[in-house]
Write a protein that binds this ligand. Structure first.
Ligand code: ADP
Ligand code: MG
Length: 702
């Protein structure tokens, strides 16, 4: 392809008009402005990006004889008979004909004035949905008006139906979009991509104009599916803007400095010798990449992906160790207290024999302990801090933070990742960042939402792991599972019983688990059953986890607090209640708690019947694969990226037009264009990003 002429960014004047607040349009006051804000529309340009969800065809008057039930159509016909009927619900029936056929207009609510207006002989133009009624075709509550000399001809273009909010009428939206389009026609947007893809693609202005006002005969099925070239053109540009902003941020960070660690320090060798296992080839590969980055005086920004149980923790420990060996500190942030406590135990066991002090910092520690931990970090006495989001609270100061590790990143918001990084910033000096996720990120997401990070993958699992067998069954079979648990634990093995959050309240959450614990204790007299949930005190959780780890408990009843990180290889059976309510990635995580030892493991997913088709499809995915990367792709297809990452994950949910699942095939083009523009038209990056990404978004700052 021939690269197009490199255009200069638009001058300030031109940007200014579309960048005006929507309130500058005629007829928009503060109240309407607020309603627009609810739709994410602040400026005139935002309004142009608010694309219709669907269209109505009012371009042609349809003969009554041609109508089919289900169609929404424009008709013109003469009233033949109007009467109030009392059969069933009182309604005003109005029979109209046009010489080719007849249809009945039915009104359940009507005024006297309306009734009087619908006299025999009056010509009406109506728009509404055709339905099959008792006595032939009907339209219920159509829009209508009497036809007279100043009735305008049918609409020249399809009528857009916009996503809207209470108090903002479609008609109002259409008029205002019309004003915005007139401004666009006056001052078209600069097409930064002109000449950079095949000539039959529409320009940005053509695409916007078309989508607000598709001509008669436009392919509505394609539009509805979001696959029209004009929609694709806009989605492409939006995805490109997001990627550019992240690549640009990454480029900017190359100017920051970091402390280069010595990955070949002799303590690294001693650490590896003392480990009870050998690193897998996947772990060695990932560590090679990470170690090399850490050796550079430029901050690392790396995503470490690997399936549940692939052994990412030990790599984080290696990174922390090399920070400590170079006189820097490392902070490891986990999403739950339980996981933080567990990491603290592993890190202490691994690093303290090498003379490296590890402290724990979580919200539920007693104040005195928290203070002590903070003092050790401020003085530099402790080189490694493991904790929850408590790590980035104001009062925590590091002496020389050189590395930030975020475990299970999908559970954190972008802001949290950002504030921990800021703790280590001094002038243009920034800490290295390692972001770990056990919910593998579909490639499409990695290419957009994570485009600022380099990526390493821990391929494969430690040796001897057997795939977990997964069964899906209705809740009614719970009783038989109790027998199965008795047999399972009778052989010296352990089991989890998970009661996920049912209501949006911690209280209900823990009480469901509490009840199950009582039931199982009663039904399994020979076994000891423990209970763990988020509302227990840290010390209590720790006691219970330790008891389960040491096999003093046979069965652990838990809420989803055990979703991440918990590691008890002797537990090889898991039951998950209400599995239909959990996301695929979350279920895969939970299932990852078993299958960690040498025994064959089982996971039983219980659901409350009846199961929706959608839920059945999701559970089937889990039954059929143990591969987290496959699960993640499916999860994204079925739920969309916003859902998948959780609402706390800002950024990707801000996509206005593009849909990562639907538009995944655009991504190679997005990648190519972003590389091209960064190289030969860097001046476009800023205005393109500004066009699509709201000011103040944290998206690009991570
Ligand atoms: P995840 O990637 O899910 O965080 P973990 O780091 O928790 O996985 O590791 C899972 C389990 O595998 C732990 O018990 C860990 O000690 C063990 N493990 C890690 N690496 C290896 C290895 N190379 N060989 C054997 N076991 C390993
Ligand atoms: Mg982990």
């Amino acid at each position: 392809m021939v690269p197009g002429p490199v255009r200069r960014p638009p001058d300030k004047e031109r940007v200014a008009k579309l960048a005006l607040p929507v309130a500058s349009l005629h007829g928009v006051g503060p109240k309407l402005g607020e309603r627009f804000a609810r739709l994410g529309v602040d400026t005139v340009a935002d309004l142009l990006c608010l694309l219709p969800q669907r269209y109505e065809d009012r371009t042609e008057v349809r003969p009554l004889g041609s109508l089919r039930p289900g169609e929404k159509v424009l008709i013109e016909a003469k009233v033949e008979l109007a009467e109030v009927a009392f059969r069933g619900r009182r309604s005003l029936l109005c029979r109209v004909t046009d010489g080719t056929g007849a249809i009945t207009l039915r009104f359940f609510h009507f005024s006297r004035g309306q009734q009087e207006g619908l006299q025999r002989g009056v010509r009406l133009r109506c728009f509404g949905e055709v339905r099959a009624g008792r006595t032939g075709l009907e339209m219920i509550h159509p829009e209508y008006r009497a036809v007279d000399t100043d009735t305008p001809p049918p609409e020249p273009t399809l009528t857009p139906v916009y996503p809207t909010t209470e108090g903002l009428q479609q008609q109002r939206l259409r008029t205002l979009a019309g004003q915005a389009l007139a401004m666009l026609a006056d001052e078209p947007l600069v097409d930064y991509l002109a000449g950079r893809f095949p000539a039959d693609w529409p320009s940005i202005n053509e695409a916007i104009e078309f989508l607000h006002r598709p001509p008669r005969g436009a392919d509505t099925a394609m539009l509805l599916a979001g696959r029209h070239p004009c929609q694709r053109r806009i989605a492409l540009e939006e995805l490109l803007a997001h990627r550019l902003s992240l690549r640009n941020a990454a480029a900017g960070r190359r100017r920051e400095r970091a402390c280069g660690f010595d990955p070949a320090d002799e303590r690294v060798a001693r650490f590896l010798e003392r480990l009870p296992f050998e690193l897998t080839p996947g772990q060695r590969g990932a560590w090679r990449e990470i170690g090399a980055d850490l050796g550079e005086p430029v901050p690392m920004h790396r995503l470490l992906q690997g399936d549940v149980g692939s052994g990412k923790t030990v790599i984080a420990a290696l990174a922390a160790l090399s920070a400590a060996a170079s006189g820097c500190q490392a902070a490891i942030m986990a999403p739950t207290e339980l996981l933080a406590e567990q990491h603290q135990a592993s890190f202490s066991a691994w690093l303290e024999p090498l003379g490296i002090e590890v402290v724990l910092l979580t919200g539920s520690l007693p104040a005195a302990e928290r203070r002590a931990a903070r003092d050790r970090l401020a003085s530099g006495g402790a080189a490694v801090a493991v904790g929850t989001h408590a790590l980035f609270q104001e009062a925590v100061n590091f002496r020389r933070l050189g590395l930030v590790v975020v475990d299970e990143q999908h559970r954190f918001g972008v802001h949290q990742r950002l504030s921990l990084k800021r703790k280590g910033e001094r002038g243009d000096f920034a800490p290295h960042q390692l972001v770990m996720t056990a919910t593998p990120i579909p490639r499409t997401l990695a290419m957009t939402a994570y485009a600022d990070l380099d990526c390493s993958v821990v391929a494969g699992l430690p040796p001897g792991r057997k795939p977990v067998r997964t069964a899906v069954m209705p809740e009614a079979r719970r009783g038989r599972l109790v027998e199965r648990i008795a047999a399972h634990c009778g052989e010296g093995r352990q089991a989890y019983w998970v009661c996920p959050l049912i209501e949006e309240s911690d209280h209900v959450d823990s009480s469901a688990a509490l009840e199950r614990e009582r039931e199982l204790s009663a039904a399994l007299p020979g076994l000891s059953v423990g209970l763990i949930h988020g509302r227990l005190k840290a010390a209590e959780k720790e006691r219970t986890m330790r008891a389960f780890k040491q096999a003093r408990l046979d069965v652990l009843v838990a809420t989803t607090v055990i979703e991440v990180g918990v590691d008890v290889p002797n537990a090889s059976l898991m039951v998950v209640e209400n599995a239909e309510r959990l996301g695929l990635a979350q279920l895969h995580q939970l299932r990852g708690r078993v299958g960690r030892g040498r025994d064959e493991s089982d996971c039983v997913l219980l659901y409350k019947a009846p199961l929706s088709d959608h839920a059945r499809e999701r559970l089937t995915v889990l039954r059929e694969t143990n591969d987290g990367f496959v699960v993640a792709e499916k999860d994204m297809q079925l739920r969309g990226p916003g859902e998948m990452l959780g609402t706390r994950q800002t950024g990707i949910v801000e996509l206005r037009v593009a849909d990562l699942a639907r538009d995944a095939d655009l991504l190679p083009t997005v990648v190519r264009l972003s590389d091209e523009l960064m190289a030969d038209a860097p001046g476009c990056v800023e205005p393109l990003t500004r066009r699509w990404i709201r000011a103040g978004s944290e998206y690009a700052k991570v």
